[in-house]
Design a binder for this molecule. Structure first.
Ligand code: HPA
Ligand code: ZN
Length: 350
């Protein structure tokens, strides 16, 4: 069904936050290490006897003031140092899934990387097994599904990405897709052309961060060189009219993360964000939390704050939730079920 065929009834602005919270949705762009709340960081530091750079939860939270992607990645990396055991990866993922389910997330596609953790002396299997076990329990515990996307770190070399791929291949069946994350500027997608071609041959679904801070040229090369199916962020596409047309024509989903963009100073104010403009230009945009423990909110907070700042409507809400299911890598019958549930919430909302 064409989303525009579903008749969305108008909703008064004061009722919109309730609809946004209640509507079923998929989350397609979140880094599991970015869901580690300070309390969990300190609990893991204690149980793993890791000396942590900040004395307590409050001082760590106070440090969450960023002026760029890199300033965030530096602190985010410190948080990852407390992760040592399979149980740590399980607990981190379990906590995220529980929180996401309370936001009516029916399906999550979770980014993780192994390179951060193998550099700390862990085996890739420790990471993947912990994450996978938590995802496998999501249906029974929280009534949702979850799958895993392995991201290569773009500040490292392509050879190192090949090495990470090699180490992950024994767990091939636990990984739905491959992504590209970390410091964008100076590390264009084409740096990873060969390893993405190999991943494509292996049957992985492909995505990449592009146009978060980097230029539209990075979005073009993610599409044309890496041949990704979705673009993570992509908000810089607005600077290139031909690219906007391409994204709309080919229905390339963008996994947009408004509170992340605000915290990392991609937009000065949330009211400057181009999410509404993207939707109005016919682009398949979605809303996501990126690193919710660091950026001031989980997915519903991204929805409610962005809708308030931009004056978006119930029609936009439906489009965004619908897009999240259409853009996901879930199988067709699950997708149908999710969209039916979405439609029934919109039909019965008064
Ligand atoms: N951008 C790029 N890489 C990342 C991010 C992000 O927002 N979060 C974690 N890794
Ligand atoms: Zn991201």
């Amino acid at each position: 069904m064409n989303p525009s065929k579903f008749a969305v009834k108008p909703v008064a602005p004061d009722r919109l936050p309730d609809l946004l919270r209640r509507m079923p949705k998929a989350e397609l762009h979140m880094h599991i290490e970015g869901s580690l709340e300070p309390e969990l960081i300190f609990a893991m530091a204690r149980r793993n006897a890791v000396q942590f750079a900040f004395p307590d939860v409050d001082s760590l939270r106070r440090a969450y003031v960023f002026d760029s992607l890199q300033s965030f990645l530096d602190i985010y990396h410190q948080g990852t140092m407390v992760l040592k055991t399979e149980q740590d990866f399980y607990d981190m993922t379990h906590a995220y899934l529980k929180r996401a389910a309370s936001d009516n997330v029916l399906h999550a596609e979770i980014f993780f990387d192994t390179q951060t953790h193998t550099a700390h002396g862990l085996d890739s299997g420790v990471v993947i097994n912990g994450l996978h076990r938590a995802c496998g329990n999501a249906q029974a515990l929280f009534g949702m599904t979850a799958s895993l996307i392995l991201c290569f770190l773009r500040h490292l070399s392509e050879d190192e990405a090949f090495e990470a791929l090699e180490q992950a291949l024994p767990y091939r069946d636990r990984i739905v897709g491959i992504g590209l994350a970390s410091s964008e500027m100076g590390h264009p997608p084409e740096k990873f052309a060969k390893v993405f071609a190999r991943c494509r041959e292996l049957g992985f679904r492909l995505v990449a961060h592009a146009g978060e801070e980097g230029p539209p040229a990075y979005i073009w090369s993610a599409l044309d060189v890496l041949k990704v199916e979705r673009i993570d962020h992509g908000v810089q596409a607005f600077k290139d009219a031909a690219l906007m047309q391409r994204l709309a024509k080919d229905k390339i989903p963008l996994t947009v993360c408004p509170l992340s963009n605000l915290k990392l100073c991609v937009f000065k104010n949330l009211s400057d964000h181009n999410l509404g403009g993207m939707l109005d230009a016919g682009i398949v945009a979605t809303v996501n939390s990126d690193d919710p423990a660091y950026f001031g909110g989980y997915i519903n907070e991204n929805f409610t704050q962005t809708f308030a700042a931009l004056g978006l409507t119930a029609q936009h809400a439906y489009m965004l939730a619908r897009n999240s299911f259409e853009a996901s890598f879930m199988d067709a019958s699950l997708r149908r079920n999710c969209i039916d549930r979405l439609n029934s919430v919109f039909e019965s909302f008064h």
